[in-house]
Design a protein around this ligand. Sequence first.
Ligand code: BG6
Length: 482
Amino acid sequence: MQAFDLIIFGGTGDLAMHKLLPALFQRFRDGQFEAGSRVIAVAREALDDAQYRDQVRTALAATATGHEAELAAFLERVGYQAVDVRAEAGWEQLAARVRAAATPVRVFYLALHPDLFTPVCDHLRALGLHEGEARVVLEKPIGSSLASASAIADAVARTFSERQTFRIDHYLGKETVQNLVALRFANVLFEPLWKAEHIDHVQITVAETVGAGDRAAYYDRAGAIRDMLQNHMLQLLCLVAMEPPVSLTADAIRDEKLKVLHALKPIDARNAGALTVRGQYRAGAIAGRAVPGYLEELGRGDSRTDTYVALKAEVANWRWAGVPFYLRTGKRLAERVSEIVVSFRSVPYSIFGREAGELAPNKLVLRLQPDEGVKLWLMNKVPGPGGLRLRRVPLDMSFAAAFGSRHSDAYERLLMDVVRGNAMLFMRRDEVEAAWRWVDPIIAAWAQSDEAPKSYTAGSWGPSAAVALIERDGRTWHEDAF
Ligand code: BG6
């Protein structure tokens, strides 16, 4: 690792306190802060270094239990600079602080509303801070439509080249997501079967128990489709569906993902009613605790924002023609679980009698969270004498059992990749735009229709229409005591 300055805009925000600083602390503990590396938090509040460090100390209290001396050493690397990003105040001081050390790598992390990307980049350019080994990290959502995403990209490009721009999608930093690439391309078993001839359908589920909570103001303008589907879900779909890249270089992978996005069959006003379901939670209970409905949380009764979306996509190319990709994501669902299920076709002919039981198709289940692992469901003989009975049981690889050690958070990996200048797990501009190009007509179709989102009870698995979406095709959402 080279020594770096990481300048976090939005340094007092949720992302900085709950994700970025804990991740940096872990990297510090693992010895990845070369001598001279610094974290400079930037926000509007008038704080000095000591006051900001106190906030960080509180935020990291749980992570740092038992490692207090390391936390103290880490905090010495952390500073704070008050800047009003829309005005002039604080910029010169920030520049002086950055220039005070000739740190080789300079990363500007914009954990900010995208409206602020332009003024921040313009200031950085005016001060010449964007030159040399400088990089910028953009947090999603990058825009709210193709037009707004392109406008942001143009504005950022006036200051930072594409090579310097890192668009983060933290799902790509999750272990199981990277493991999907390893499973597909480091084993000979799956790739020959990875096509329409052998795969019946794919399911991607990202279920959360949290609600919109104190992010309701942002969330109400985004909804599940912009917050989760346009980015995380489509990225997962791309990794499942892409062709083998020629290498692991950033562009080789991104070229293949882009082809998948281009191959997605359009969903618009003509077919959105049949292929998509949007929902909104009402009050209910999760794990025995009563939770309010979305409209109560928002404090307004008229929002039609989707807190749940399910859809049936198709990748129209030789490999996947006719194979449905069912995607669903929602807040306030029964459990927090994210998984990719690849469901294979049935055997062409059964030699077993009726007493053997039904031959259930093979499934490969990649669990992203909470307990990361891979399960391959296979038909097996039930042990014992007295006839030949079959049952589907999993070959089970739990990462915790196989690899034991602490699981690093996605942000740990991604932050260090930015410092290294490795863009493999980051989105290129054309990918982000292609994803919006596919999602925009769905949002437009919903806006045109008179139908409100389907209501579902908090703590359920979403609206019944989402069950119907898959059951109509004679398939069912995967349920598994993992
Ligand atoms: C974020 C979304 O990108 O991902 C949040 O904005 C969501 O709404 C979060 O809760 C989920 O991330 P994870 O890593 O907890 O699955």
